[in-house]
Design a protein around this ligand. Structure first.
Ligand code: ZN
Length: 265
């Protein structure tokens, strides 16, 4: 089976459409796995939910989704995020609210894959940005693989079978490279259009953000997981940023949230 991996779409429909097109251009998929933060920040919460649900979809919720549902205090958000979150809350239809309400921030998908928004250790809030943090999370899920979102950064965290294993893993297709060191966990920044082969090791993986990338590349970020070939393909899709920005301006969403889309920050 082949699955499109999407996360942190944040009500950005043009970005989602571009990601879906690129995902399907790589080959037919059997479904989508979504790691949450479907809504918040952007201008089209209902359209994004409905588009996702037009696929065979397995999804969890993120902190922004929970805040839109009123299940999380907005106090931990910055002023722009609060304003956008309130706007998203007002716009959400009853049907879409009810659908969001039955999702969890962490959930096993099958015997091989678990989804968690932030991290398996702290599904709602933890930002997995270091191998040290990822190392703590490997004990918190049962499956071989865990797909996460939340940081808006494409990342692979790989649990080494043997602590003495060094860097420069020959079977990882270059230019994948390790950037920081932990004796058991390696963090890899995957460049787009690279195929990552999964062997027997345990992996925590973030496909990056569809709707608000934060790694300096403004294109929608996504991945495709093939459980037969045991590969993950990372990808980026250019989209009509101006259209999303125009829709945001029309409904007076915060200027800084509009601007950041240009920079992928
Ligand atoms: Zn997010």
């Amino acid at each position: 089976m082949r699955y499109g991996l999407v996360s942190d779409i944040h009500s950005n429909l043009p970005a989602l459409e571009a990601a879906l097109e690129s995902i399907q251009a790589l080959g037919p998929i059997d479904g989508l796995l979504c790691m949450g933060d479907i809504v918040g920040y952007g201008p089209q919460p209902n359209e994004v939910i409905e588009r996702l649900r037009s696929f065979e979809l397995f999804s969890i919720v993120g902190n922004h989704d929970l805040a839109v549902l009123g299940r999380l205090e907005l106090g931990d958000f910055n002023a722009d995020a609060i304003q956008a979150n309130r706007w998203n809350r007002e716009k959400l239809t009853d049907t879409n609210r009810e659908w969001l309400e039955q999702l969890q921030p962490m959930s096993p998908f099958n015997e091989k894959v678990t989804l968690a928004h932030g991290s398996p250790l702290e599904p709602v809030w933890e930002y997995l940005t270091t191998p040290q943090a990822a190392a703590r999370s490997f004990a918190k899920f049962e499956t071989q693989l865990c797909f996460v979102g939340h940081t808006h950064l494409p990342r692979i965290f790989r649990l080494k079978a043997n602590p003495s294993e060094g860097d420069g893993f020959p079977r990882i297709i270059r230019p994948f490279k390790s950037v920081t060191y932990h004796p058991r966990t390696e963090m890899i920044i995957p460049p787009p259009d690279q195929v990552f082969e999964i062997k027997d090791e345990r992996i925590i993986l973030n496909p990056g953000s569809v709707g608000q990338p934060r790694d300096g590349d403004s294109r929608a970020s996504f991945a495709v997981y093939d459980d037969k070939t045991q590969t993950i393909t990372f990808g980026r899709a250019a989209y009509d940023i101006y259209l999303t920005q125009h829709l945001m301006r029309q409904v007076s969403l915060p200027a800084r949230l509009i601007l950041r889309l240009d920079y992928g920050l």
